[in-house]
Write a protein that binds this ligand. Sequence first.
Ligand code: 6R9
Length: 655
Amino acid sequence: MSSQIDHLLDETRRFPPSDEFVAQSVSSPALYESAANDREAFWGEQSRDLLDWHRPFTQVLDWSTPPFAKWFDDGELNVAYNCLDRHVEAGNGDRVALHWEGEPGDSRSITYAELTEEVKRVANVLEGLGVGHGDRVAIYLPMIPEAVASMLAVARVGAIHSVVFGGFSADSLRSRIDDAGAKLVITADGGYRKGRVSALKPAVDQALADRGEGEQQTVEHVLVVRRGENEVEWHEGRDLWWHDVVPAASAEHTALAFPAENPLFILYTSGTTGKPKGILHTSGGYLTQAAYSHKYVFDLHPETDVYWCTADIGWITGHSYVTYGPLANGATQVIYEGTPDAPHPGRWWEIIEKYRVSIFYTAPTAIRSFMKIGRSVPAGFDLSSLRLLGSVGEPINPEAWIWYRDVIGAGTTPIVDTWWQTETGAIMVSALPGVTSTKPGSAQVPLPGISIDVVDESGVEVGTGNGGLLVVTEPWPSMLRGIWGDPERYRETYWEKFEKQGFYFAGDGARLDADGDLWLLGRVDDVMNVSGHRLSTAEIESSLVAHEATAEAAVVGASDETTGQAVVAFVIIKESYLSAHDPAGLAQQLRVWVGEQIGAIARPRDVYIVGELPKTRSGKIMRRLLRDVAEGREVGDTTTLADTAVMSIISAQVK
Ligand code: 6R9
């Protein structure tokens, strides 16, 4: 690891923005100066500049009871009004909000006026179903315009959405519905993925079925969009077709003002334990930083740019950089339903050509998989509309960075590598494309108004040239406000480690180079990053041991050329199972099992059946050693193992 880091830190290539780019850029060095002068005043100005407040705030930040922050606390606003109505009122109703492209090639372009009207109708439907202020709504939809409209309608009535990625299983959906106590689920019959319809409604039916004793069924209705036209079961009285109720609803709906700290959404993410955390975000601060970062990091010119972020709304990137940031800024954007390679490997480039996309934001894992296919595929399309590229989700290696710039960006576009998390709500570290000379592989500098440091275990700054832990040293507007239903876990997970200093602990390792630029080095906890998605080792282990064959399981994230990390599992099978069953094919069965239990993204790349697991004397599994095996390396120091022979046995079994 450390020789690899040294190699990275030798990176000397610099890419200053062109004079033309600087001349037209919305950002300037003055932004840094003004934030440095008075951080809170800066955020107050940004918020007033970027948003419409029904009732202006008089105080920017209340940090009197850390780690529970309040931003713009006495202000009132409506988040959906800020993303929709005000653009129509300003005369931009005819501007396209969404160019939607379905996987099979059907498409729809929806203006701000049309989207506003649709959201008003949906808001009326929600209120008609008794969904209002503070209620929770689960959204389990493919990437279709109704997904964005649903989020905004929930926000409009002051309710709280919990979007669950459509690739998650019925079990994962069920636990999220139950944890949030959702009253309504919005779903679709199915959506297109990889050239065929993948059903969604059956997973909702399953998630809502079989409530055991003591389990409460909070869901009253299921609103179903017709998309896949696949056959679905129907629960009279509970289920409603979107196309029956939404067009019939009134298109008049007044957006009420809600307090700045009104909860906006819960989004579940993996932690170090098996139970996903419901990250809670609120309204005014979240929308301020989503809009601010979207404007300055992507150098947005809403009248002329066509922006495309490839993230699904099931992830935080889809929340902040598909729904809230772009729409608050009145941007025109593309959303795409399907996979990058359906029906052909040039699909994304075809979409960029079709809509003349100018700003493109995606993940390193996608870039690396395109690199594998080769430059001849993108070369077949006209990508000359692109003027800015972004990256998110995991470190982007310099090779992929250079390929992205050369092959997709014609060797001229700036690249912004954006570091942030579900918990931070919006981008925290990134170049500003009209200001910063970019450096391949480094996320570089905190945004104006954000304070980041790299410290050692005791919270002392490590200084340039050294590695340590990434911390955020001052509260920021879009910071999480807590973990749904578990304030203690919030404090423990993020604030306890540096309680004395009052730093937020991000869980990432980082290093500052001689220029003071940040290099992200991956998670320091038991969280893996597969294709930019966070997965917990504990959650997959608990799924594996839930299988009748498994006695014990250990999961590690092993480096993978395409996906960044891949899930590799080591499993001990029960004697009793072996005496009654043939173990052939069991590894494959376990892979499928995890996919069914959690979702396809959690399916292990490899499952190794082993006789023992490496443990310390206190019984802690030494995942570091298993990672050595999974990555085909010489196994490291085994002296703290209870049984030092165990690693050579495992290595032999894996080969
Ligand atoms: C936005 C998002 C957060 C974790 C984070 C870190 C990794 C995200 C990164 C990056 C290096 C970047 N991460 N962006 N690492 N460079 N530009 O991905 O949120 O799904 O919560 O994941 O992803 O490890 O802690 P989330």
